[in-house]
Design a protein around this ligand. Structure first.
Ligand SMILES: Nc1nc2c(ncn2[C@@H]2O[C@H](COP(=O)(O)OP(=O)(O)OP(=O)(O)O)[C@@H](O)[C@H]2O)c(=O)[nH]1
Ligand SMILES: [Mg+2]
Length: 458
């Protein structure tokens, strides 16, 4: 009934057996662990970079960038520091900032990074009203390549189940447009001869050509996404696999089925499972980043495909795990929080933001339905990590730096407020906005982060 009281008294019950360090943790630190889920290129690294920059400026009292964040008032923050999380490489904030300083976007992430942001609060009486008796508020963030997250649903499948569903997906739009070459290759492939490493390599090469091409063309559900990276994750050159036609996957004695089933098991046990345990630790607050522009830029079918991907992820990610509920939600008698966040909002004129929000709700409806009977609160947000564009005198136009670094104007047709409102033969041009020279004030002027943090801290 009195959550504050409960939080403060609970540790006493165990105090006798706890050391000083534990005592400090219970009493002086309030830790928030955020899982940030986002498909590849959805804007995770840029969001972290902005968040750090904004909070740093805010804590140094230079600029109140997050006016709506009343839960963590600027005048109560003494200082802030970044610290590594045990077992993780520190997030390369300086590197990202220096890329921006050279007018380049941060590189795609190829490994996992972790960091803690520790906000030290001033010890004045008002703090207690706001944030209980804590000295530090700790935020933990994990940044990782987006390709990894789409592989997690593979944990719940056998090789033949995965292969059959992937094969079926490739036969439907929009994937079918890009899968032709790969499927032709398989049709002509000799599966009667035994799977030598050379033959496996040929098949893998053909499949990877498809994965790379489809990624280039805005397809989000590509498995295994880990195979798209050359970092030292899973060694797919040594124990890789591809989907195979149903006549092979339905025959358990088929040598190709046997070999790929074995490699698939290895992929699950040596790569996916440890990845889920370490990187995707369960948290009671989850942020799901979504880039609507990618889909709008390609086609209506791409938007449907994005919706389907999100719904798969919601099912198999954190909330599909029954233990998560008992440990994190039911025990604490509190509700989980999920924020659906559409990123890069500076790329659409403000006059179109209502439609964007409504489109975001449509795209996330399948995922939301998965939470329907659970104690989870969710909300939708529009965010820009950096304001690369400027408003124009026309409400439906924007000005921005194009690929040639010329300051140009673009005007917009109304953005559809739902997938079905998008004409099947249309697509929306994506502004290829460059990193502006005055990137720092434009980061500080990003939109929506205060409302997002407030929702998560409440
Ligand atoms: N205009 C604009 N572009 C953005 C913003 N955030 C990200 N971008 C663009 O989106 C691209 C991808 O952003 P990242 O933050 O690298 O995406 P990510 O989710 O970390 O991607 P991976 O590391 O590949 O999973 C960037 O290179 C930018 O071009 C934003 O707030 N505004
Ligand atoms: Mg990244």
């Amino acid at each position: 009934m009195y959550p504050v009281f409960d939080k403060v008294t609970k540790p006493f019950k165990k105090l006798a057996s706890a050391g000083r360090e534990q005592f400090d943790q219970w009493f002086l630190q309030d830790t928030h662990r955020f899982t940030i889920t986002g498909l590849s290129r959805s804007g995770k690294s840029m969001l972290f970079t902005s968040l750090m920059t904004i909070l740093k400026h805010r804590s140094e009292g230079q600029y109140n960038c997050l006016p709506l964040l009343t839960r963590l008032p600027m005048e109560l923050v003494e200082h802030m520091r970044l610290e590594p999380i045990d077992g993780y490489t520190l997030f390369p904030l300086e590197e990202h900032l220096s890329e921006l300083d050279n007018r380049r976007w941060p590189q795609p992430t190829e490994q996992v990074y972790g960091f803690k942001l520790i906000v030290r609060l001033k010890q004045i009486a008002r703090v207690k009203q706001w944030l209980l008796p804590y000295t530090d508020v700790v935020f933990e963030f994990i940044d990782y390549p987006g390709e990894w997250v789409t592989d997690l649903p593979m944990l719940n499948k056998t090789y033949s189940q995965w292969s059959d569903s992937t094969w079926a997906q490739q036969a439907s739009e929009p994937q079918s447009h890009f899968a032709g070459g790969w499927q032709q290759f398989v049709r002509e492939f000799d599966f009667e001869s035994s799977p030598t490493s050379e033959k496996v390599q040929q098949l893998l090469d053909a499949y990877l050509r498809y994965l790379h091409e489809a990624k280039q063309q805005g397809i989000s559900m590509l498995q295994p996404g880990s195979f798209l990276l050359d970092s030292d994750g899973y060694d797919w050159r040594k124990a890789g696999f591809t989907p195979l036609p149903a006549k092979i996957t339905s025959d358990v004695s088929h040598p190709w089925n046997q070999l790929f089933s074995q490699h698939f098991l290895q992929f699950q046990s040596q790569w996916l499972n440890p990845l889920k345990q370490s990187t995707f630790k369960e948290a009671d607050k989850q942020i799901i980043l979504i880039d609507l522009f990618e889909g709008l830029n390609h086609s209506k079918q791409h938007l449907y495909q994005l919706k389907e991907t999100l719904s798969h992820l919601a099912e198999t990610f954190v909330y599909g795990n029954p233990n998560w509920f008992s440990r994190h939600v039911l025990n604490k008698s509190q509700i989980g929080k999920v924020a659906f966040v559409a990123t890069k909002m500076d790329l659409a004129p403000a006059a179109q933001h209502d439609n964007m929000l409504s489109l975001l709700k449509d795209i996330s409806a399948g995922a939301v339905a998965k939470f329907a009977d659970k104690p989870i609160k969710f909300e939708h947000f529009l965010v820009s990590a950096i304001q690369t564009t400027d408003a124009d005198s026309e409400a439906d136009s924007l000005r921005f730096l194009n690929a040639n670094r010329e300051y140009v104007e673009a005007s917009f047709e109304p953005i559809p407020d739902a997938i079905k409102a998008m004409p099947a033969d249309e697509h929306f041009p994506l502004l290829n906005a460059q990193v502006p020279d005055d990137y720092l004030p434009r980061i500080l002027n990003g939109r929506g982060l205060d409302r997002l943090l407030q929702f998560l801290l409440e």
